[in-house]
Design a protein around this ligand. Structure first.
Ligand SMILES: [Zn+2]
Length: 618
């Protein structure tokens, strides 16, 4: 048993908000902290932590207790095991008899399971760090750019192959340390040979990633095969990743890889970064994005979503750029919206994954992820959503349920506008489909169901058309805010001076310089509502979204503006020339005529560069 004085010392030393804060994002609320309860599903916090009383209480489901009880409840560990873990964490020295107690007497099933997984984790780690059998593992980790420090944070290990250490390296280790092999089999670490009934290792020749709870318990493993141990047999390929089996300890759908290393950073950075693979997580942490986690070989689930929801309200999805990745992204967006979490997307091109993208480009995309609904809409458009009346209706049908999930009416309004712009549908139609209760019914005559008034007003007086070059530049900038850098940025501000376009350019450039995304709704709010229709047609069409040569379009736009600018100077020069001629200032007349000629020449040269590119500028 644990001596009373040691128990008291531990209870005094424990910082209850730190222990619970590993699992729940806590916000100060007076002298207490509050957060989302880990014991029942909720969207508004009713879970309180009281530092003075060193306790927690949920007013939703009634759970309460101290830090030890909290850990027992979330981790399922016994009292003794929990105390042992917390004593480690808060540097309390327990008597050797308690600390090293390996007998099963005081331990519950879960404790025993955890001791097996922890023994295995320690073994794999030891092999990777220093044993000759780990040479290939070390070499591969180095090739993948995994540094010492990060390897330690993730407690990465190596399961040796039969050529390196026989078929039963882990079996031997577990036996030596007195663990039950049947238990290890249930946990999916070892298997029994049908032929001779001997146990052998399930993980062989693999880089090992333990799946660790925020409190530090090892729930299971995910092992990535080393390329050197990959079967060359096409008929019987070696799976790239294998996971330890679902068990009392390990449910893939309920936990995320990297959570123990990420949870603190998710809270401080205010977002979680969701990537596909374990190595993506590790490499992102190494590059300073310690808020990265991954679903475990399964699709992202609503349980995993709930886990993240307790830590943050923003999740940035960055899956691979293939078809499967895009599909998984769409599913994750829906789950996150359901959980009232704001989804954003860092889109990768086909064939790209976070490790293969140029780091600088990837950083920029990470800084400014696309709002998920915008990503979703742009995907629909790229897939032909605006090709026909029917395809528009189908696209609206797909996006409406997502819009309906948005709680904030202003945000919903902005996205309804964006959807209307991109799908080229009337705002009112999208708006009524986006109403949470309407579900496709005709809009009621309820003022709350009307789109924001300023934006929907119809044009009363005819608008003069937009200057072509300026509209082209504005459209490019709206679709690709990073297209204009440095000098081009200055030129844009100089050339785009139409009162309907200039505020939009300003708005996009400002937001881009702050690394912020600006919605179409926000931009339209900057200009006279009468101009909205014109702007829809000329600017918010999304026609440069997939533009492969934005720089060329930029140059074309600037050239067009220059041509127009020169044109506007000519009448002025003609007036000056007439005046100089009347006054008999012959020299000035000659200079003006020469200047006019030069301008015309320049204009002709500019026009010549435009001739090849007529498809963009018309
Ligand atoms: Zn609760």
């Amino acid at each position: 048993m644990i001596p009373e004085d040691k128990l008291k010392e531990l209870r005094d030393r424990i910082v209850v908000e730190d222990v619970i804060g590993q699992y729940v994002s806590l916000k100060a609320s007076g002298r207490q902290f509050k957060g989302l309860c880990p014991f029942h599903a909720e969207k508004t916090p009713s879970f309180y932590v009281h530092p003075d009383r060193r306790s927690f209480k949920c007013f939703g489901c009634g759970e309460y207790g101290d830090a030890i009880e909290f850990i027992q409840k979330v981790e399922g560990t016994s009292f003794l095991e929990t105390v042992r873990r917390l004593a480690d964490q808060f540097a309390i020295a327990l008597p050797a008899a308690v600390r090293g107690a390996h007998n099963a007497r005081d331990a519950n099933e879960r404790d025993l399971d955890l001791r097996v997984t922890e023994c295995a984790a320690a073994f794999f780690r030891r092999v990777l760090v220093g044993e000759p059998a780990g040479d290939a593992g070390r070499a591969y980790a180095a090739v993948r750019g995994v540094g010492e420090e990060i390897s330690d944070v993730f407690r990465m290990g190596y399961a040796p192959s039969p050529e390196e250490a026989g078929w039963d390296a882990l079996v031997k280790e577990l036996t030596e340390r007195g663990h039950d092999l049947e238990r290890a089999e249930r946990l999916g670490l070892v298997a029994k040979s049908e032929r001779n009934q001997n146990y052998y290792d399930r993980f062989r020749g693999r880089l090992m990633f333990p799946v660790i709870r925020p409190g530090g318990s090892v729930l299971g493993f995910s092992g990535r095969v080393l390329p050197v141990h990959d079967s060359k047999d096409d008929q019987d390929p070696t799976p790239k990743y294998i996971n330890s089996s679902e068990s009392s300890l390990y449910a893939k759908s309920k936990t995320l890889f990297g959570l123990q290393a990420a949870s603190r950073h998710i809270k401080t950075s205010g977002r979680a970064l969701l990537v596909e693979g374990n190595l993506d997580v590790v490499s992102l942490h190494q590059r300073g994005h310690a808020e990265a986690v991954a679903p475990l070989g399964t699709a992202f689930t609503h349980e995993q979503c709930a886990v993240l929801g307790r830590l943050t309200s923003v999740v940035v999805i960055c899956f691979d750029g293939d078809r499967a990745g895009r599909k998984a992204t769409a599913t994750a967006i829906e789950l996150l919206l359901n959980a009232d979490i704001e989804p954003r997307v860092v889109a990768l091109d086909a064939g790209e994954d976070p490790d293969s993208v140029d780091p600088e480009i990837f950083e920029r995309r990470l800084e400014r992820p696309t709002p998920a609904l915008e990503w979703f809409l742009r995907r629909l458009v790229a897939a032909g959503a605006t090709d026909s009346i029917e395809s528009k209706a189908r696209a609206l049908h797909r996006v409406a349920p997502l819009l309906q999930k948005l709680k904030d009416a202003d945000v919903r309004g902005d996205y309804a506008h964006l959807a209307a712009n991109l799908l080229r549908l009337p705002v009112s139609r999208v708006w009524s489909a986006a109403q949470p209760e309407s579900r496709g019914r005709a809009p009621r005559h309820d003022p709350r169901n009307a789109p924001p008034p300023a934006r929907e007003r119809q044009s009363m007086q005819p608008q003069t058309s937009l200057p072509r070059g300026q509209a082209l530049l504005t459209a490019l900038l709206v679709d690709l805010p990073m297209a204009a850098g440095g000098a081009a940025r200055e030129q844009l501000l100089e050339y785009v001076d139409d009162p309907r376009l200039a505020p939009i350019v300003q708005g996009v450039l400002e937001a881009a310089s702050e690394g912020r995304h600006v919605s179409v709704g926000e931009l339209l709010a900057l200009v006279e509502p009468e101009a909205e229709q014109l702007l829809h047609r000329a600017v918010f069409q999304g026609r440069f979204l997939e533009e492969s040569q934005p720089n060329r379009v930029l140059q074309q736009g600037l050239t067009l503006c220059k041509v127009v600018k020169i044109e506007s100077q000519i009448p002025h020069i003609d007036q000056q020339t007439d005046a100089a001629r009347r006054d008999g200032r012959e020299e000035e007349v000659r200079a003006l005529i020469k200047h006019r000629l030069e301008l015309r020449k320049e204009q002709a040269a500019l026009r010549a560069t435009l001739r090849d590119d007529d498809d963009n500028i018309n």
